[in-house]
Ligand binder design. Sequence first.
Ligand code: UDP
Length: 238
Amino acid sequence: MEKRELLYEGKAKRVYRTDDPESLIVSYKDDATAFNGLKKGRIAGKGAVNNQMSNRLMRYLEENGVPTHFIAELNERETLVKRVSVIPLEVIVRNIAAGSFSKRYGVEEGVVLDCPTFEFSYKNDALGDPLLNTSHALALNLAAPEELTVIRTLALRVNELLRTFWAGCGITLVDFKLEFGRLRNGSIVLADEISPDTCRLWDSGTQEKLDKDRFRQDLGRVEEAYAEVMRRMTEHDA
Ligand code: UDP
């Protein structure tokens, strides 16, 4: 597949056209941002970790009945994916209180929730990705009712599958963000990435943070955390 012009550059990835109008190449960068772009930095090796980890997880999800945009890993940092129109929703699932949930509801970080929660944010940087409910999503015509039902079912299924996967690596899945897109035929697939940038991952024994919170909160050993999650995933497969 031939790589053509840059279509879009985001905070952590570049997206290129290919000679096939239905396929794109995603290239992962080491750039890191937090707090809606206010904090900027670089995490050496992050692009390679996120690319390979996301692909491994997308393949696992596919094997378990979750449709995704993944086609093939091209190299350490680049992946061929199906072109989708991205639904402008950040779909967040939580098992344990942390981050904006802790702040919003006054729940201490680390409290295990009685059941997983499901929420949407409106994917809109200018507005700071505000929280949004189903009726807002419908009123703004961001997705159809049936699409929102599919997204909810898939997101909760992804949570169960990822919890199991990470448990096998000695890692607790605290929360994560997903994005979905529509293929040309209208069907919904999981898109974007699943990585320590988009998941909170804690060591199951020590509760040590092994994700982007180390960058957000200046906890140090950021590169090491990404490498450690990658190492455990590779070990899991061996
Ligand atoms: N998240 C993300 N991108 C965002 C916002 C959140 O990937 O723009 C992920 C984040 O890494 C965490 C989960 O979604 O795993 C829940 O994040 P939260 O709403 O607590 O927001 P935060 O505290 O990160 O601002």
